[in-house]
Design a protein around this ligand. Structure first.
Ligand code: GLN
Length: 484
């Protein structure tokens, strides 16, 4: 950690922050100011924040302080400082999605998740750095520079929600929101030593999320503790009239669920997730987490997800196909950057897109356009959809005999900045354990379960059935408790 510490630290958890505000011990305004002071000293080395929304944050904090002074009942996130990944919209605040093409764009509305946090009393600090349009596994694809891992500044924080993971790890916010299309919440959580939750597809609204791959995209929280993840999911989850893919499934009390013992739960260990490319230190940490769950009364069972080896190619066909369609709207007409010297309409499209999109985004648009093109559609896109069904069936089959699964989140701890930038294929392989959950629509979490010899965090992934976040959270809580 670098820089000098502000006199008073940012509270570590939602419970601590809320209690301090409710009891009058600390003002919400003071907590927000501590966050901004920490950002001022720490973020020069980390680069997690793209823009700060101080006015909105301090206004909300002052409103909460007034409520506390008057003895009014406080909402569940009263005074809790939270950061937002820059692919989500906040009324009037810049939304770049990590891209130059959205420079200057200020959306006229709050994403549903942002509105829900706001209504729950959260103090929204600002927007967080990420890979351009959430495409990446290291945050090195941001047009605004890479994020550095607070645990080792020469390492990547993971991606694409690198800023969101780093901001929590460096105590610049109590919690943050990220998005996960193929691992972008769980993998950076693992690399930075924090908790990252992937809700079931349809559990949390995507309204106001700048889309990457709409059938895979999810929004979820980063926190220091599993309890905080449960608290935030309770606020974020539920049907939204603005997103037709959200479910009417009732939202349980996720925090209360944590009190139920995990004794008797059946944990699947998918053999395909423990093959060659797995780092020995990561393997040892996951085995230790498995032992901890056994000691808590769970039973462990070998399971097989036989189509796992097709997951990466399937994901990179479907995600790029959807991206090529979603990104067609950035043409220099409606949003952000527009090429200045174009002499024709098509020239203006071409020049704006050429100047605005980075290398990886262009690669994905080209790949996606190719797999959707006449003559190749059946061989690639259609085939990938069929394999997606097989991958989903693997999980449904395995979930007949187990309640959840335990796997590594990523094959290695955080790698060095620059280590994989010249080799997109090796970068894509960093998602090997995470993309399957997105393809199958199921939920999951990454929870810290140890450190490498070098002191780099290692995350355990727990995967659960559709809409069974409660079980995933209970198991993650047990792993966290065993860490002490
Ligand atoms: N790393 C994966 C990709 O580059 C996943 C990104 C994400 O989940 N947004 O597509």
């Amino acid at each position: 950690m670098t820089g000098s510490k502000p006199t008073k630290a940012v509270p570590r958890t939602i419970r601590i922050a809320r209690q301090a505000v409710a009891s009058g011990e600390t003002k919400a305004v003071a907590i927000a100011e501590r966050c901004y002071a920490t950002i001022a000293t720490e973020d020069a080395n980390i680069n997690a924040w793209l823009s700060l929304s101080k006015e909105r944050a301090l206004e909300q904090a002052a409103r909460i302080d007034k409520m506390a002074e008057r003895g009014e009942t406080l909402p569940p996130l009263a005074g809790v400082p939270i950061g937002i990944k820059d692919v989500l919209t906040m009324l009037g605040a810049p939304a770049t999605a990590g891209s130059k093409i959205l420079e200057g764009y200020r959306p006229p509305y709050d994403a549903t998740v942002v509105a829900r946090l706001d209504a729950a009393g959260a103090v929204l600090l600002g927007k967080l750095n990420c890979d351009e349009f959430a495409m990446g596994s290291s945050n090195e694809n941001s047009a605004y520079g890479p994020v550095h891992n607070p645990r080792a500044l020469d390492r990547v924080p993971g991606g694409s929600s690198g800023g969101s993971a780093a901001a929590v790890a460096a105590n610049m916010a109590v919690a943050t929101l990220g998005t996960d299309t193929g691992g972008s919440i769980r993998q950076p959580a693992s690399f930075c030593g924090v908790v990252g939750l992937l809700p079931t597809y349809g559990r949390v609204s995507r309204y106001g999320l700048i889309a990457f791959a709409s059938s895979l995209d999810r929004v979820g929280p980063f926190t220091h503790t599993v309890e905080d993840a449960a608290t935030l999911l309770g606020v974020l989850a539920g049907h939204d009239a603005m997103d037709a893919t959200t479910s009417l499934e009732p939202v349980p009390d996720y925090v209360a669920a944590l009190d139920q013992p995990v004794k008797g739960l059946r944990i699947g260990i998918p053999e395909e997730y423990f093959s060659d490319g797995l780092d020995p230190e990561v393997r040892a940490a996951i085995e230790k987490a498995a032992d901890d769950l056994r000691a808590a009364g769970c039973t462990l069972h070998k399971v097989s997800l036989p189509h796992t080896r097709y997951a990466i190619p399937t994901y990179y066909v479907l995600a790029t196909a959807e991206a090529s369609a979603n990104l067609a709207r950035f043409d220099g007409v409606r949003y952000g950057l527009r090429a200045a010297n174009a002499t024709s309409l098509s020239g203006m499209y071409r020049q704006s897109r050429d100047a605005g999109f980075g290398k990886e985004v262009k690669r994905r648009i080209l790949l996606g356009t190719y797999v959707l093109s006449a003559g190749y559609y059946d061989a690639y896109y259609r085939k990938a959809q069929q394999v997606r069904t097989l991958l989903t069936r693997d999980f449904l089959q395995a979930f007949h005999s187990v309640d959840a699964m335990l796997t590594p989140t990523a094959p290695t701890p955080a790698f060095k900045l620059g280590e994989k930038t010249d080799d997109p294929l090796s970068m894509y392989l960093a998602d090997i354990y995470t993309v399957t959950a997105n393809l199958a629509g199921i939920c999951g979490i990454s929870v810290p379960c140890g450190n490498s010899k070098e002191g780099l965090p290692i995350g355990a992934q727990i995967l659960g059935k559709h809409f069974d976040e409660a079980t995933v959270l209970r198991l993650a809580n047990a792993v966290e408790q065993a860490q002490g």
